[in-house]
Design a protein around this ligand. Structure first.
Ligand code: NAG
Ligand code: NAG
Ligand code: NAG
Ligand code: NAG
Length: 387
């Protein structure tokens, strides 16, 4: 059977082609418009029509005795005097797990090197690793059994060498991350309350320490109350699919969206906010194990909201380029490349290449190219190119 093309007139042909085009675009887009997007839209309307989460405080509030159960763990490793007698600009707490010794060593000799920061940047930054207890028996790697030291023995040795680990006696696991968060705020409150800023970061994050220090110095000079900055998730909905790592049952959190919070990969608070959050942890039910969401709930309870900084990354890894290094604060997902990135990002050539009228223009073009590509979700937002 042949279609008689000559009988289809021009107008029909255009209409047919347009329809085909629209259909294929719609089919391509359908995948993007999945459940996540739909529930985002729902949560946005919920958020702006609803009464701004006045209810969260009431229903997640528990008695102080109940709340204490989330923080009352014995310290296995501690350094109570770390901040004593120092004018600490930034207390930087790195969330780590017992087995991640390579990551800790990489941080110690790159962006987390306190001596380098003091000598080259002229400020005091205290970097500490925060962890829970290692799994024993079946979870223990064979090498540690053979050596007869045990995993905890290894950690004690590592801490003796570096003196930078804070550990409490709860099992270090994904679902105990909120316990680790509470540990951080409790330790800060008790041992380093005078630090101007508190940062919490993952152990696979790259922090551009010179950029961050210079930024925080400016913020400090301007006066620093109610400061909380990072990559902000606004109106994010709880994930109700049981297959997800981030699954949260209705009983635990019944509302359609979370309060605004900053991605746990790395965010910064001023000292006053850190103290308010600590106070909030004393009366909230910390069963919700997604630590950055829980932090958002605490902040909501005490009336603090986050600010967005486009050069803090959430899940994403920053593109490798001097024009990016010139402004980056954090980038997520760096393990093996951390030494090279630290060298490249802090090289004096970065400033040379990106300064001056030509450098500025060149970098603008490069950043638009790198950050504004369609479908590149995992990096800084396109708006960062125009900063
Ligand atoms: C930290 O930096 C200092 C001075 O820049 C250097 O001597 C030291 O070796 C570094 N530490 C590590 C663990 O790399
Ligand atoms: C969290 O830590 C506690 C105390 O060690 C432990 O009993 C519990 O099983 C841990 N929870 C998870 C989900 O790992
Ligand atoms: C805290 O929340 C969990 C999960 O929703 C619940 O099972 C528990 O009973 C709550 N604790 C208190 C003290 O209300
Ligand atoms: C919850 O709300 C009550 C009443 O508004 C307030 O007194 C209390 O301080 C709030 N709780 C927290 C943890 O901020």
């Amino acid at each position: 059977m042949f279609v008689n093309f000559r009988r289809i007139n021009k107008c029909q042909c255009v209409r047919l082609m347009t329809t085909c085009l629209l259909l294929s675009v719609a089919m391509l887009c359908w995948e993007q418009l999945d459940e996540r997007v739909v529930s985002h839209v729902k949560s946005y309307s919920h958020r702006y029509l609803g009464n701004h989460f006045a209810y969260i405080n009431k229903s997640l509030t528990v008695s102080r005795e109940h709340a204490r159960a989330f923080s009352d763990f014995r310290y296995l490793l501690d350094h109570p005097d770390k901040c004593v007698g120092k004018d600490v600009l930034l207390l930087l707490l790195v969330k780590t797990s017992p087995e991640n010794i390579d990551r800790r060593n990489a941080i110690r000799s790159t962006w987390g090197n306190e001596t380098y920061i003091r000598n080259h940047l002229g400020v005091t930054v205290v970097v500490l690793f925060v962890l829970g207890a290692p799994r024993t028996e079946e979870g223990e790697p064979s090498w540690s059994k053979r050596s007869g030291v045990g995993f905890q023995g290894r950690l004690v040795d590592e801490d003796r060498l570096h003196g930078d680990m804070i550990q409490q006696d709860f099992l270090d696991s994904f679902h105990n991350l909120t316990l680790k968060l509470i540990l951080q705020f409790r330790w800060t409150h008790g041992r380093c309350a005078h630090a101007h800023f508190l940062m919490t970061a993952d152990d696979d994050v790259f922090v551009h320490m010179p950029n961050l220090v210079s930024y925080l110095r400016d913020v400090k000079a301007e006066g620093i109350a109610d400061f909380w900055i990072g990559r902000v998730h606004r109106g994010a909905p709880p994930i109700r699919s049981k297959d997800s790592k981030y699954y949260v049952p209705f009983e635990m959190y019944p509302w359609a969206s979370y309060p605004d919070y900053t991605a746990g990969a790395g965010y910064v608070l001023s000292g006053d906010v850190a103290d308010k959050i600590y106070q909030a942890t004393l009366t909230l039910n910390a069963s919700l194990y997604i630590d950055d969401v829980f932090m958002g709930i605490c902040a909501n309870a005490v009336g603090v909201s986050p600010q967005e900084h486009v050069y803090f990354s959430g899940e994403g890894k920053a593109p490798y380029h001097p024009c990016i290094y010139d402004q980056m604060m954090t980038s997520h997902g760096h393990v093996e490349d951390i030494y090279d990135l630290w060298k490249a990002a802090t090289a004096p050539q970065v400033k040379e290449r990106t300064s001056g009228a030509m450098g500025t223009l060149y970098c603008k073009a490069v950043k638009i190219f790198l950050l504004c590509k369609p479908y590149s979700f995992n990096t800084y937002p396109c708006s960062a190119a125009y900063l």
